[in-house]
Ligand binder design. Structure first.
Ligand SMILES: Cc1ncc(C[n+]2csc(CCOP(=O)(O)OP(=O)(O)O)c2C)c(N)n1
Ligand SMILES: [Mg+2]
Length: 355
């Protein structure tokens, strides 16, 4: 039965329930990071609306997938994110300032203002750089995982992508390679119901995205992507299987994007406000907050303190990055070769002449 590999919401398998639990401190930190992701996202949307940053792809609604998945990994693992994964970066320890420098494309931006604002690269955090073509990160993550396996390192890779990305050839090539080579990797599909304006039912005739794993001989499951615990345990189990040499897993996380696809999209043309409001009732942050209140890990008072400190952190990060000047003009030539060749030096001198 194809349904065998579907795990929705609370129908977690025994194997998953036996995953080691996170400490109280880790859970509070995870909650804080989910809030930080949302508040930073709201700040980025405001900065875009003020004309201060370029095009922007919001992560609102995806926070449980982002933070829950990173809490299922080991710090050694390598992450291959896509453009909507701000919470993944924050959960891996990237500072809001570093992300804002990226958006402003200023002199402190590690990519010096090159590339789209939502394409990131934080090597020291084991976060691989991503490119604009959707699903182009998948094969790279598989190759990296195979290399790590050949070197006998306990490293698992995790690659993130949307539902739309699963229609690309790269997705199928990556899953096939992962299956054949039993690559220690995890594929996380953030199924937010749309690829820009295309609903998921127009994307695939399959009952789910995760059943595609079966064709490639890897494990696949569909989970509730708005539940932190479900995501964390699914990723931790997949990591354990990968690390034991049992191969790759495709985890389809069901969620919803609240915002337009990007700041250049008008979602009212292809979905209704009622639909958006229905999904907001299943908000991953509110759900996690209520779970932590029930577990007596948070109180209303401590939650308010966390919320205030997150607001303060984001405002101060925006303040400290907003006025950083753009990268110097000569960074256009100094970054290309180890030693600047004569023809580029000539170009630089020529440009200086016109200043
Ligand atoms: C190979 C390729 N084709 C088309 C595009 C244009 N494009 C950018 S984002 C996007 C939709 C992706 O949707 P999905 O994979 O569901 O991710 P989401 O944006 O919903 O998170 C498309 C078609 C692209 N970047 N790369
Ligand atoms: Mg999508």
């Amino acid at each position: 039965m194809l349904e065998d590999n579907l795990v929705i919401g609370s129908k977690q398998s025994k194997e998953k329930q036996q995953q080691p639990r996170l400490t109280k401190e880790e859970l509070v930190a995870a909650y804080r990071t989910m809030l930080l992701t949302r508040v930073l996202d709201q700040k980025a949307i405001a900065l875009h609306n003020q004309g201060k940053i370029g095009s922007y792809t919001s992560s609102a609604g995806h926070e449980a997938i982002h933070v829950g998945s990173v809490y299922g990994l080991s710090p050694n693992d390598y992450i291959f994110p896509y453009y909507r994964d701000q919470g993944v970066l924050l959960a891996r320890g990237v500072k809001p300032e570093q992300i804002l420098n990226r958006y402003f494309g200023n002199a402190s931006d590690e990519m010096k203002g090159r590339d789209l604002p939502n394409l990131y690269s934080f090597k020291e955090r084991r976060l691989f750089s991503n490119a604009a073509p959707i699903s182009s990160n998948l094969q790279v993550s598989v190759g990296f995982a195979i290399a790590a396996k050949m070197k006998r390192k306990d490293i698992v890779t995790i690659a993130y992508f949307g539902d739309g990305a699963t229609s690309s050839g790269e997705f199928h090539v990556a899953l096939n390679f992962a299956g054949v080579y039993k690559a220690p990797c995890i594929f996380v599909c953030e199924n937010n119901q749309y690829a820009i304006s295309v609903p998921v039912k127009r994307q695939t005739a399959s009952k789910t995205i995760s059943i595609k794993a079966r064709a490639y001989g890897i494990t696949g499951e569909t989970i509730d992507g708005n539940d932190f615990f479900t995501v964390q345990t699914a990723v931790a189990s997949a990591r354990e299987r990968a690390s034991k040499g049992l191969g790759a897993t495709l985890i389809e996380c069901i969620t919803y994007r609240y915002s337009p696809h990007s700041s250049a999209d008008d979602w009212k043309k292809y979905r209704t406000s009622d639909e958006v409001e229905e999904w907001k009732k299943k908000d991953p942050i509110i759900r996690f907050k209520n779970q932590l209140l029930e577990m007596q890990i948070l109180t209303e008072k401590s939650e308010k303190e966390i919320f205030d400190s997150v607001q303060e952190q984001v405002n101060s990060a925006a303040k400290s990055t907003e006025d950083i000047p753009p990268p110097s003009e000569n960074s256009l030539i100094t970054d290309v070769y180890a030693e600047v060749p004569w023809n580029l030096k000539e170009e630089e001198e020529g440009a200086a002449h016109y200043e």
